[in-house]
Design a protein around this ligand. Sequence first.
Ligand SMILES: Cc1cc2nc3c(=O)[nH]c(=O)nc-3n(C[C@H](O)[C@H](O)[C@H](O)COP(=O)(O)O)c2cc1C
Length: 172
Amino acid sequence: MDVFQCIRTRRTVREFTAEPVPDAVIHKILQAARWAPSSSNTQPWHFIVVKEPATIAELGRICTQGAFIGQAPAAIAIVMDNARRAQLDAGRALQQMELTAWSEGLGTCFVGIRGEQQDAVKALLGIPEELELVTVLPFGYRILREPGTGTPRKPMSEITHGERFGQRLTFS
Ligand SMILES: Cc1cc2nc3c(=O)[nH]c(=O)nc-3n(C[C@H](O)[C@H](O)[C@H](O)COP(=O)(O)O)c2cc1C
């Protein structure tokens, strides 16, 4: 799939078929993360692949903003070292994972995990206390019930500027 087509068609997916995700596809998703750029090439990330049904179900119970994790055949937790630009680096890696998954027919969703839920997921997955759990991404073959082009975006004119902030950007 062409890169822009992948970017343009990708949508957040919260429903998955029961079909298992082949190891080769999970490996490819991890390679996509591994080859992401990072600040000073520090690569301050760890990726925990979870396929055990009992652990998946428990993740779904803990993560109230992403209970659908419990129905996914696989999930990958993104865990960062205490690095200077960890959030930015994590974002680069997870976007590459999302796009690679999409190009393989899969879907995923960024799930926010805060406070006590963070502690519970860290305990469940044995994540050392000093590391930062950014998200748990569920992965599975996607079910998209709503047809269409996805969630709306702000108009281009609202987010772009030509030469100086506030000046209209025009294309010839
Ligand atoms: C930082 C971040 C946090 C998010 N947290 C959640 C979440 O906790 N639960 C959820 O269902 N979706 C979550 N999302 C998904 C967004 O709602 C979704 O990306 C947005 O509505 C745009 O839709 P699209 O990804 O289909 O284009 C999150 C996305 C981002 C980037």
